[in-house]
Design a protein around this ligand. Structure first.
Ligand code: IDC
Length: 636
């Protein structure tokens, strides 16, 4: 039984082992099958990566990629400018293998490269490309904003100077803000050098200025305002601007003697330095320069003659060797002073200058605010070369009557120079009269007369070229200039309307000759009255016929002889006949039939004890010869 039991047990064990073996065999077969499949598959399959979009190939780039360069410089300036159609050789080429969005790396760059990307030649300023200026493809191409030449860059070189001194043509303005259309005419022609380098020392031949070659020249320039008030414009930057941007060839330095000027409180050494600096700047820039002893309220040049002698002695010693310096020995004698004392003053000053500077041109002022050139012409200073005589006008006030004086003087052989003029009225203020100014320019050009405009400053008055709110010293735009300044730039640029031959002839015949036909000055028209402690002088400066009218130019002087201040003076003049006027300065004037009433301008309203006012003037018209019936002066 035990054996039976044991063999049963053995049989059971054997079966168990067999089952295990079979299971193991099956497992191994399974493993082998799986491994086989795996190996097979490993042999057959490729790795998959669905994110990959480009398969590198060595194929040529399809055309689609040519228009969309695959290189993506982030900055426009990194783009080679020579050939946006060429793909750099190192650039990865590629083909789209799946319809997937391009990754940032291959974003088409067309929007980065401006489609009209400027080529190097387009972006260069057009005037003078030199090979070294042209950007090479390897250097950064200029971006359109910096590369497009601005008008300023395109402007002609600032060293350009007027074509000839006869008709200076300004260069294009190198103003900093050309978009505001500065009144800067384009040059027709550009001459090299400066006015002085072209023309050298000027001299007087007959009635004209001629250059070193004997060729007639005209100075067309600008006068400063009183140096004691506006010294800042004695400045090389400003002088360069008036030469290059406006086309002037001369500057006048107006050194006032009175009104806080050289003989009336100014630091004389400082003033002389300022004048010398002005001459220095003008000389460095090749401009002609006039040193003006600017008498005005001190109406008789003999008043400050001793100072004048010392001043001109020093100046002519200093500038004897200069080719560009003129001496103007007295701005405007006035106050009724006649030619004789002015002439005798000139005869004292001229030898002082001549002893030092034998060649410099000397300009002599004439009576009646430098209007009486016709009178000087009858009795000019003798014994010296290179003398000229000043004629001044303000186009709002002085018209045919003064043009007639100019014509008369020149026809009598007097060399006339307009060292000062304005296009407003004689007060330096009031409305500008461009029609009359244009007539003046036509006449002066016809006779070859030189002219310097009043004034290079920014005072709040019509005769200041620059607006009061403009603090610049150069680069003036149209908006920076007053009407007179804008007119000047046009005029110097040769842009005034041209006169026809007939118009010129009429102009000359209107100016007549010999003073335009004097009307007799009626008896008693010069009046001196003393009333209410006020001394009044009403003087006839000039008389002439104009159309059917008789014209009388009066000057008025008032002195307060009271011991107290007086203000709001009123002068009432009753004539024998009806009178009218649209030309008065430094006062207000009303006309009712035959009564003329004069009242003050703002600046001469108040007269302190002992004070005088003398710049008042007016031109009265009447149909008949005038006589004064009565005059009265009152004040508060
Ligand atoms: C004027 C100035 C003005 C100043 C006045 C008095 O424009 O600002 O207050 O002188 O000094 C002249 C003179 C010139 C005058 C000018 C205008 O030569 O000095 O300037 N003028 O009145 N003569 C006729 C007119």
């Amino acid at each position: 039984m035990a054996e039976k039991h044991s063999s049963k047990k053995e049989l059971k064990n054997t079966k168990k082992i067999n089952r295990i073996l079979i299971t193991a065999l099956i497992f191994m077969v399974l493993v082998a099958v799986i491994l086989g499949i795996a190996l097979y598959e490993a042999k057959q399959d490729k790795p998959r990566d669905t994110s990959l979009t480009v398969t590198p190939t060595n194929e040529p780039v399809p055309s689609i990629n040519v228009t969309q360069p695959v290189e993506t410089p982030t900055e426009a300036e990194q783009i080679p400018t020579t050939a946006p159609t060429e793909v750099p050789s190192e650039a990865p080429t590629g083909t789209f293998v799946e319809d997937v969005s391009p990754t940032p790396e291959i974003t088409p760059t067309a929007e980065v490269i401006p489609s009209e990307a400027p080529t190097p030649t387009e972006t260069l300023p057009t005037e003078t490309p030199t090979p070294s200026d042209i950007p090479t493809p390897t250097t950064a191409a200029p971006t359109p904003t910096t590369a497009v030449p601005t008008p300023t860059e395109a402007a002609a070189t600032p060293t350009q100077t007027p074509t000839t001194a006869v008709t200076p043509t300004p260069t294009t303005a190198a103003t900093p803000t050309p978009t505001t259309a500065a009144p800067t005419p384009t040059p027709k022609q550009v001459a090299s050098g400066t006015p002085v380098s072209r023309h050298g020392r000027l001299s007087v031949k007959g009635t004209r200025l001629v250059d070193k070659n004997g060729k007639a020249v005209q100075l067309k320039g600008v006068s400063t305002h009183g140096l004691q008030w506006f010294p800042q414009f004695v400045c090389k930057e400003t002088f360069k601007c008036i030469r290059d941007e406006w086309g002037a060839n001369c500057v006048r330095l107006a050194m006032y003697t009175d009104e806080g000027g050289y003989c009336n409180g100014a630091d004389q050494a400082q003033m002389r330095t300022l004048v010398k600096n002005g001459v220095k700047y003008a000389t460095e820039l090749g401009l002609y320069v006039i040193i003006d002893w600017h008498i005005l309220h001190d109406y008789d040049p003999n008043m400050n003659k001793a100072d004048a002698i010392k001043f001109f002695d020093e100046m002519s010693k200093e500038f004897a060797g200069y080719e560009n310096v003129f001496y103007e020995i007295c701005n405007e004698p006035n106050g009724g002073i006649s030619w004789a004392p002015v002439k005798s003053y000139a005869e004292e000053i001229i030898p002082v200058i001549r002893k030092n500077d034998p060649k410099g041109i000397i300009i002599i002022g004439t009576p009646t605010w430098s209007q009486d050139v016709d009178i000087a012409a009858k009795d000019p200073v003798k014994g010296y070369d290179n003398l000229m005589y000043a004629l001044h006008f303000y186009a709002g006030t002085h018209k045919d009557n003064i043009r007639s004086k100019m014509k008369t003087a020149i026809e009598a052989g007097l060399p006339v120079i307009v060292t000062e003029y304005g296009i407003c009225d004689a007060s330096g203020n009031g409305a500008c009269n461009e029609t009359e100014a244009n007539k003046w320019v036509a006449m002066m050009d016809k006779y070859g007369v030189s002219y310097m405009i009043w004034n290079l400053a920014n005072k709040n008055e019509s005769s200041s070229l620059i607006k009061a709110n403009c603090k610049k010293l150069s680069g003036f735009t149209e908006a920076d200039l007053n009407q007179e300044g804008r007119w000047l730039v046009k005029m110097l640029g040769g842009q005034l309307p041209k006169m026809t031959e007939e118009e010129l002839k009429k102009l000359e015949s209107d100016a007549g000759g010999s003073g335009g036909g004097d009307v007799a000055v009626p008896d008693g028209i010069e009046k001196i009255v003393d009333q209410n402690g006020l001394h009044l002088e009403l003087t006839t400066q000039n008389t002439w016929n104009e159309a059917a009218s008789k014209c009388y130019q009066f000057s008025v002087l008032i002195e307060n002889k009271n011991t107290s201040q007086k203000k709001d003076w009123v002068i009432k003049v009753t004539f024998n006949s009806d009178v009218s006027s649209d030309n008065f300065w430094c006062c207000n004037a009303k006309f009712e039939k035959n009564v003329m009433t004069l009242t003050p301008a703002e600046f001469n309203r108040t007269l302190s004890a002992g004070a005088q006012t003398s710049d008042i003037g007016l031109i009265v018209q009447s149909k008949s010869l005038l006589k004064i019936q009565s005059i009265e002066i009152t004040a508060k």
